[in-house]
Design a binder for this molecule. Sequence first.
Ligand SMILES: Cc1ncc(COP(=O)(O)O)c(C=O)c1O
Length: 511
Amino acid sequence: MNRIAEGVALRNAVPLEQAEGLTDALGLVLGEPSSLPLSTRLYHALREWIRAGRLTSGQRLPSTRQLARDLGLGRNTLLAAFDQLLAEGFLTTRQGAGTFIADLPFPQAQVAAENVAISSRLPSDAGPLLSTRGTLLLGYSHARQTTSSAFAPGVPALDRFPHDQWQRLLHRYQQRMPMDWLDYQAQGGVPALREVLADYLQLSRSVRCRPEQILIVQGAQQGFELIVRLLTDSGDEVWLEEPGYHGAQACFAAAGLEMTPVAVDAEGMGVVEPACPGSPRLIYVTPSHQYPSGVTMSLTRRLALLEAAERHGAWIVEDDYDSEFRYGQRPIAALQGLVEDSRVIYVGTFSKVMYPGLRLGYLVLPDGLIEPFRRANARLHREGQYAVQAALAEFIARGHFSRHIRRMRDCYRRRQALLRKALAPAVSRGLRLSDGQAGMHLVAWLDAPEQERILVEQARREGISLSPLSSYYLTSPGQPGLVLGYAGTVEAEIGRAGQWLAQAWCDLEKG
Ligand SMILES: Cc1ncc(COP(=O)(O)O)c(C=O)c1O
């Protein structure tokens, strides 16, 4: 189950005494996506292995000529890495005998022994190291290679963010922090931010809310975590969309909830009996723009969902993560505002409209939950980052936020059009794409799981991050396809990676 921990531990544990082992290990390093020069990557890898005891004092290294041949590299690349390690004293040469690992005071034998001990304790699911909850959590935590590669989903146009404007505001607030911002607080976030947010949500998203209902958290993920902690016990049932968002799945799984996947069709999540016979405590849904399929939930389904929540005494978690980005259609009003006193907790995030590293999001809570959530959040996660919150309040109040969203809407519309253009040869031969009326990604539907596997693997070698659609399903086999984030991919890269994908798909179809 826990492939990530196992892989890392095993990879770091195996001694590299044999020349073939070393060549293979270097080959793996070079196969990983990176923007660093090859010689630098070789240098870093060898230095790290010496430090960690995988290469031990006195061990003879293969010649640069042999390594260059085995790795398919120019000899100068190897020489550059070896020269640097020689200069720094990690390697020594002996006349006529070759290059050796220097005699260094690292606790090599001990480090290596510890690593081997860890690896031998690791069963295939890393059971002894992690709790059941930790193991479940990692099962949903896919190792992300790099956000800068093409098509990583969920990443906004970081290259287009108005950094100077934002930095000026941040700087101003960080320079004059009132005393209470330095203290422990349980106020639910800076009042100015909650006020502008309440206005924004009422106007733009038809959310019914007063500033006191808003709790500022560190992103949607922390919001889910808080909801689960406060409203569920292990073994409670949660209904969630199938396919659905990994972040929510991970949170529910780690809390020991019974997950009931509910199929999404052209109208969104189908929450009507007999498809959902149980009795949920939570219902997680992305009604404005279903993640990842892109479907908008119909009004009939929204009303059915509200009714089901009432009947079961369940809470609906409405994740409204990217609804600002609609192209050619008016934004769809939030589910939360559809009826008065609904059993909906609205979850918003600044990760898409600002940037993910900001780590700011919010919950809009029904009256009875405001006080317990505010207190529990201050207890569990502590509040803070008030200067950042105040800067964001002014960023919104001065209109920079709406302007940025408008610009990003144009940018994403353009980037999506470029992606469609690059994929046109494949589309004309049958590749199906989602309609792209909203959001930051397209879905390409594939016919066979094998196609998905091959394309993802080939793309990885090209430094292109293709997210397999089947991985978003809790029940297998999931529908094969690709989730193609275009918002955070610069224009030239969309062209290159899109053309590569179109060609790769056409080759597969032929083949
Ligand atoms: C469906 C969905 N919800 C929420 C989020 C945002 O999460 P956070 O605010 O924790 O960055 C994402 C980001 O990728 C998402 O795809």
